[in-house]
Design a protein around this ligand. Structure first.
Ligand code: PMP
Ligand code: GLN
Length: 378
């Protein structure tokens, strides 16, 4: 059978984690913590299961969670999404992105993606008959050139998918970027989808510029986030989409046939934690300390770190070591030095990747120390 995604292989996260396990390497590749989530969260899930919340949740998500999210988003970003109609709980941000694109992208539509970009975006566009139009964020700053965005826009542009804080580069969109985005879109009917899964992992006092802060953008936007990064629970796969009612209605039309509903007990547990601690304010300093520790530890190495403003990923330029292609160097680093990373070429299309690797620092200090000791020898 001819593939519907002929140029897409196995995800780089799967490939590198599998190789890391095979070679017993230290895994700084796939983005997940190697420490556990709060025991109270596990207790809360178990409590809700024991209380009998073991059947289907409502299709849009558990109401208590939608209410807690609505209050959180309003408090943080100033826009109120109606919990009854404007929030949809999805199976991770991944399903949120997929259901959103499926709801809005028709054959022949163009979708503007900023590359390097998260690996699920282009396949979700392609599976819906759309065409990804890439705007490239260039080494070493990876900033958006808004004139390039203007040139990429056509009457066929259905939507733009932005991601801030940005995986894999660790850059963030500024308030000026958001104002530029609003200006660029004036007079068009393009939608905006914001992947904001790292909204709480921000460094050096930066502010997250959610689409929800900007009324002229929020009116045409879907804001997508996830609990996995915020609560150290990437394996639970719960996320959400917040969007004006007419957009949410279309997302829900799709979501009900992708998964119908998401794990009930986990949603109830998240509802408690979001209501109790809506700002998740401890997370940024926690990860900033990890970033700084990792940077300090690799100081004696030949890896040159790039700027990391948010997320739990650090890019490094390895050109002082070799000019080998990133995918090859990532493999030799794993096999010969026992440290797994992510090359950025799988996040790029049609441009040279340069000599850059991504390391995940959502790891115990001891893991970072062991990894850095190996990296200093490369
Ligand atoms: N978007 C980005 C930018 C991500 O890094 C990730 C996962 N790490 C996701 C979406 C997917 O999130 P989830 O695991 O909630 O599906
Ligand atoms: N988002 C995670 C990362 O960037 C991985 C998610 C996945 O494995 N699909 O590493």
């Amino acid at each position: 059978i001819p593939s519907k995604l002929p140029s897409t292989g196995v995800s780089i996260f799967t490939v590198m984690t599998r190789l890391a396990n095979e070679h017993s390497a230290i895994n700084l590749s796939q983005g997940f913590p190697d420490f556990d989530c709060a025991p109270e969260l596990v207790e809360a899930v178990a409590r809700h299961m024991r209380a009998g919340h073991n059947q289907y949740a409502p299709m849009q998500g558990v109401l208590a969670l939608r209410e807690a999210l609505s209050a959180k988003i309003e408090r943080l970003y100033g826009r109120r999404y109606d919990p009854a109609t404007e929030i949809t709980i999805t199976s991770g941000a991944t399903e949120g992105i997929f259901s959103t694109l499926t709801a809005f992208v028709r054959p022949g539509d163009e979708v503007i993606l900023f590359q390097p970009c998260y690996d699920s975006y282009a396949p979700a566009v392609l599976l819906n008959g759309g065409t990804p139009v890439f705007v490239t964020l260039r080494f070493p700053d990876y900033r958006v050139d808004w004139d390039e965005v203007r040139r990429a826009l056509t009457p066929r542009t259905r939507l733009l998918l932005i991601n801030s804080p940005h995986n894999p580069t660790g850059t963030m969109l500024s308030a000026d970027d958001m104002r530029e985005l609003a200006r660029v879109l004036e007079g068009t009917d393009a939608l905006v989808v914001g992947d904001e899964v790292y909204e709480h992992i921000l460094f050096d006092g930066r502010r997250h510029e959610s689409l929800a802060r900007y009324p002229e953008l929020a009116d045409r936007s879907v804001v997508i986030s996830s609990f996995g990064k915020t609560y150290h629970t990437t394996g639970w796969k719960v996320g959400y989409c917040a969007a004006p009612q007419p957009l949410s209605a279309e997302i829900q039309r799709v979501h009900q046939f992708v998964t119908f509903a998401v794990n009930a007990a986990i949603q109830l547990a998240y509802a408690e934690i979001v209501a109790r601690d809506p700002l998740a304010a401890d997370l940024a300093p926690f990860y900033q300390a990890k970033r700084d520790r990792f940077l300090k530890l690799i100081e004696g190495s030949r890896l040159r770190p790039l700027t990391c403003e948010g997320t739990y990923f650090q890019l490094v330029d390895y050109s002082a070591i070799t000019t080998e292609r990133d995918a090859d160097f990532a493999r030799s680093l794993l096999r010969e030095h026992g440290v797994a990373s992510i090359p950025i070429s799988p996040f790029l299309s049609g441009v040279e990747p340069g000599t850059v690797l991504r390391f995940c620092f959502a790891k115990r200090d001891e893991t970072l120390e062991r990894a850095a000791e190996r990296l200093r020898r490369v």
